[in-house]
Design a protein around this ligand. Structure first.
Ligand code: ZN
Length: 310
């Protein structure tokens, strides 16, 4: 099909969110503490609708179920990926996600969550949490029981353009002052390990210590990422990662590139600049899907895109 499916994002207010989804991306947001833009999502907690064309007004979840040919008639019972932009004004809780088999036993039919982060922007001294310092499970258990969080949690500095893969079982947290684009499995299962003893409406948020201990990898090992690229005077393609859940690439257009949509479907987010895809204008903050069989397409202009497919 030769029709681009433009997707209407959904926004979520969070205690740690800010207003940069409005000031930097020009979105209409529900509050000055908006933390998440669910940019391409078919998850029941935020099922995006199509903005244009034959499927205008239909949700992505509905399309997956009823118009499976748009996505190559895949075997998954739901859209496999979820794309978010996150604006963390304050620190997010320290958390960990399960893999597919733990997720399915925890909530029947649920996917686990592998996710990856492309840092769109951050403050000069920004950091994130990835991993922990416990050498073995006994040490992990005692550090958690004794609340030795500073000793346990591993932080590292970040800068714009960095990319991180967060595999299931990895302790992680986005810290304040960071905007990033997240590509993840279509899952909303998060086990919260530590929330800095913060209160939300007067109460601490629920923690999942047992589930966290069940799934945390020990000792921690950083996941490998790709980073290989091809570049010429018209643009560059940077391969960020390929694993069993997704391939994620960054594409920088300097003038014009002709590419081929030969996957079951392709998610594209414009993260900087503006231009055209096949004569349709696109700019920073647009998100769309190229369906099955779309074939060759032309990107023109000066812009940076994040592309994912499975
Ligand atoms: Zn996460």
């Amino acid at each position: 099909m030769k029709e681009i499916l433009f997707v209407e994002p959904i926004f979520k207010s969070m205690i740690w969110g800010g207003d940069r989804l409005r000031t930097e991306f020009d979105y209409t947001i529900p509050s000055d503490h908006t933390g998440e833009c669910w940019a391409i999502s078919a998850h029941p907690n935020g099922d995006c609708t199509i903005k244009n064309g034959s499927y205008k007004g239909k949700s992505l979840g509905w399309l997956w179920t009823n118009e499976g040919q748009l996505f190559g008639n895949r075997s998954e019972n739901k859209y496999p990926l979820l794309i978010k932009i996150i604006d963390a004004k304050k620190d997010l809780s320290i958390q960990v996600h399960p893999d597919d088999s733990y997720a399915d036993s925890y909530e029947a039919g649920a996917f686990g969550k592998t996710e990856c982060w492309y840092i769109l922007d951050c403050e000069e001294d920004a950091e994130i949490v990835i991993g922990h310092n416990a050498k073995n499970r006994d040490e992990l258990r005692s550090m958690i029981e004794q609340e030795r969080w500073r000793e346990l949690i591993r932080t590292r500095p970040i800068k714009k353009g960095d990319f991180f893969q967060i595999t299931p079982g990895t302790v992680h947290a986005i810290k304040g002052g960071t905007m990033l684009l997240e590509t993840q499995q279509n899952s909303d299962i998060t086990f919260r390990l530590y929330d800095y003893d913060r209160l939300d409406k007067g109460k601490p948020r629920l923690l999942h210590i047992k589930e966290s201990m069940d799934v945390i990898n020990c000792p921690h090992k950083d996941a490998a990422v790709d980073g290989s690229s091809i570049e010429n005077s018209s643009g560059a393609i940077i391969n960020l990662i390929t694993d069993k859940h997704y391939t994620v690439q960054r594409i920088n257009i300097y003038t014009e590139m002709i590419l081929d949509q030969d996957k079951d479907f392709m998610n594209i987010s414009v993260i900087e600049g503006e231009g055209e895809i096949d004569e349709t204008k696109i700019s920073k903050g647009d998100h769309f899907i190229l369906p099955y069989g779309y074939g060759r397409f032309a990107l023109k202009g000066k812009m940076s895109l994040i592309v994912s497919y499975k």
